[in-house]
Design a protein around this ligand. Structure first.
Ligand code: B4P
Length: 194
């Protein structure tokens, strides 16, 4: 089905994990700005070199760079009829940009899935991922910094979407399957069934 969705939540809430499951079930592309930055860092592209230090330290990449990437990605043919954005928008300026991109195509967001998770539990998850994947931004100090940045810059984004009445809140604790089932049920409640 065609659906235009966002998934948001604090670092480690399970966004990337649930985005993959959800996008697959909906038949839309999952677009993760974090994955795009990591791929560019790995390949040593010009963008990768620009953002490497910012991402490793847990800060946000400047809106001008991030917005341009998402604008380009959303204009690709596979995203015209629907998409699941993972980790974007993360700032108020990015919300404004996404509104403008969608207005150009006469479309709008159907829902925002907010994953909620206890801060200490997510630190545990991310430290486990650090052992498995060795991500530069998964040390405890950087994770705590990412949580602070999320609180300052991304919670206002969620408030803005709540004011529009399109946020569905989902408990992110439990097994991956349990959380997926909660996401499915929460979206069914707002008539997004799959
Ligand atoms: P992201 O890639 O979005 O990083 P994240 O917040 O850690 O989420 P991620 O998707 O990786 O982890 P998840 O919660 O799924 O961003 C990384 C960086 O890129 C940012 O810090 C910033 O520098 C930059 N960036 C990205 N977007 C940007 C934007 N819009 N503007 C500016 N800068 C931007 O999963 C975490 C772990 O939990 C996984 O290991 C997973 O296996 C595990 N897990 C998931 N569900 C679980 C469950 N139910 N139980 C147990 N473990 C679970």
């Amino acid at each position: 089905m065609s659906a235009r969705l966002l998934i948001v939540g604090p670092p480690g809430a399970g966004k990337g994990t649930q985005a993959a499951v959800l996008a697959d079930a909906l038949g839309v592309p999952a677009i993760s700005t974090g994955d795009i930055f990591r791929a560019n860092i790995k390949e040593g592209t010009e963008l990768g070199l620009k953002v490497q230090e910012i991402v490793s330290s847990g800060g946000y990449v400047p809106d001008s760079l991030t917005n341009a990437i998402v604008r380009d990605r959303l204009h690709q043919p596979d995203a015209i009829d629907g998409f699941l954005l993972d980790g974007y928008p993360r700032t108020r300026d990015q919300v404004t940009e996404l509104d403008s991109i969608l207005a150009e195509t006469g479309s709008e967001l159907n829902a925002v899935v907010q994953l909620v998770a206890d801060p200490d539990e997510v630190v545990t998850r991310l430290l486990k991922r650090a052992e498995e994947q060795g991500r530069a931004d998964d040390t405890e100090a950087v994770i705590r910094h990412r949580q602070d940045v999320y609180h300052e810059q991304t919670e206002p984004v969620i408030a803005a979407y709540k004011a529009r009445g399109i946020v569905v809140e989902v408990d992110g604790l439990g097994s991956v399957d349990e959380v997926s089932e909660r996401v499915r049920a929460a979206l069914a409640d707002v008539s997004i069934a799959f």
